[in-house]
Design a protein around this ligand. Structure first.
Ligand SMILES: N[C@@H](CCC(=O)N[C@@H](CS)C(=O)NCC(=O)O)C(=O)O
Length: 222
């Protein structure tokens, strides 16, 4: 029997991606909750370059970086639902949008939340601009992956859950149905899909963590 471990933290959207993919494929795994203020020897050894979670360890071999891990899971456990589409162009597009979430949407969103003054205004405008692209990707579709959950849906878990909680905590009106009708509909569908629902962290516990970790400082900056 293959040994599958996930080194992660319960509150990280990146490590939840890995858990979502394993659950989607029906792969059993052991979750090791890392203390990032005191990283384990295993984490430093398995991801010496970035020293970050998540790391998937499959039969003793580590794979780091959540989007890379998702592709590894899809290829290794090829049975069951596919995470990436089969068509090469669709695959390329899925990779494009998954990277867009990490490299463009997340930085814009954190700038909107964690900066102040003019920077914060710019961050909010930028976040709305980039989320509109995601919204238009969902036109006429249930999920980014079409009828079923795929790479971009899993990558966008941050938008469906973390972003919504952070904006509620900060009192920012961002994810509204008039601005992002398709994204709002997708969020309802996605977070209520059975395996997603059971994999997401408890809402109140996560809100508490986010409040303590990020928002005390930004409240001071407001
Ligand atoms: N690009 C990485 C990002 C992972 C990441 O940012 N992990 C954070 C926790 S959410 C981390 O390990 N931080 C520890 C550190 O920066 O020292 C991925 O997709 O896996």
């Amino acid at each position: 029997m293959a040994e599958v471990k996930v080194l992660g933290t319960w509150s990280s959207p990146f490590s939840r991606r890995v858990e979502l993919a394993l659950k989607l494929k029906g792969v059993e795994y052991e979750f090791i909750d890392e203390d990032l203020s005191n990283k384990s020897h295993d984490l430093l050894q398995y991801n010496p370059v970035h020293k970050k979670i998540p790391v998937l360890v499959h039969n003793g071999k580590p794979v780091a970086e959540s989007l890379v891990i998702l592709e590894y899971i899809d290829e290794t456990w090829a049975h069951g639902p596919s995470i990436l589409p089969k068509d090469p162009h669709d695959r390329a597009m899925a990779r494009f949008w998954a990277r867009f979430i990490d490299e463009t949407c997340m930085p814009a969103f954190w700038k909107a939340c964690l900066s102040s003054g003019e920077e914060q205004v710019k961050g909010r405008e930028e976040t709305e601009r980039v989320l509109k692209f995601l919204d238009s990707q969902l036109q006429g579709k249930k999920f980014f992956g079409g009828d079923s959950i795929g790479l971009v849906d899993i990558a966008a878990t941050f938008v469906a859950y973390w972003l919504v909680i952070v904006t509620e905590l900060m009192g920012i009106e961002l994810m509204t149905r008039d601005k992002f009708p398709n994204l709002c509909e997708w969020i309802d569908e996605y977070v209520n899909s059975s395996f997603v629902k059971e994999t997401l962290p408890d809402r109140d516990k996560l809100a508490e963590r986010i409040r303590n970790r990020f928002l005390n400082t930004s409240a001071a900056a407001k």
